[in-house]
Design a protein around this ligand. Sequence first.
Ligand code: ATP
Ligand code: MG
Length: 252
Amino acid sequence: MALSGVRREVPLPDGSRLPILTGVDLEVDAGEHVAVVGRSGSGKSTLLNILGLLDSPTGGAYLLDGEPTDRLRARRRSRLRGEVFGFVFQQFNLLPRRTAVENVAAPLLYASGRAYLTRTRAAREMLDRVGLGARADQVPERLSGGEQQRVAIARALVRRPRVVLADEPTGALDVETGARVMALLTEVTAETGAALVTITHDLSVAALADRRFTLEGGHLAPLDGDAHLLAATASRSGVDGPAVADPGWGPA
Ligand SMILES: Nc1ncnc2c1ncn2[C@@H]1O[C@H](COP(=O)(O)OP(=O)(O)OP(=O)(O)O)[C@@H](O)[C@H]1O
Ligand SMILES: [Mg+2]
């Protein structure tokens, strides 16, 4: 994926245009983990939506596998969106009144062959891996915020997407559960060679990435000022260390 000079403006009711992204340059290769931090309202979710083909730039270029995405026809665009990307939405976006396992299996409804036929088993396995095997048949309304977030993470990973886009994936989690979820995201993406783009407010989460950026004034700047501080923050929160090698969730 390569963004160059990507802009995103939105029209305001008074007829003016609000610039959200003013010139974002970013290349993410297969297998890479990139983290983006930035204050609330800086445009992080907007950027993630553009990467995942949920939103389109109003200027600049976005190439996916070398192909300009502004030329994609609607059908191909939505097929690519489902095939290439796994999303962890900031607001989870789980289907109400559907059980956790139905939510996690949902992306596989569009798969074909074996992946379709084994979707329920795959969903249960992924729920086991996020530590929710025992809650698989609950509807989201009966799950805590952190449990819903883990369902959302299982759903993003179940189809083994080439790119995982995670918007504040640990936002609703305590430090320990957050570390486990990040370990799982890192582990599954490493297994499949997928790219991982994580949006976070948490520097200890950002510290896990191969490259870090801050989104400020509508564009990205490298955030590598103090790698030692980042590493120290990470180990204090228990994000690196044994939890990364062993998430510690057996099958439930
Ligand atoms: N469709 C829209 N119309 C008007 N304003 C919008 C629209 N989409 C986003 N914005 C504004 O653009 C800015 C960036 O929004 P965005 O959701 O990308 O921020 P964010 O960095 O993800 O924030 P947070 O950390 O709070 O999630 C915000 O000020 C938001 O209100
Ligand atoms: Mg956001």
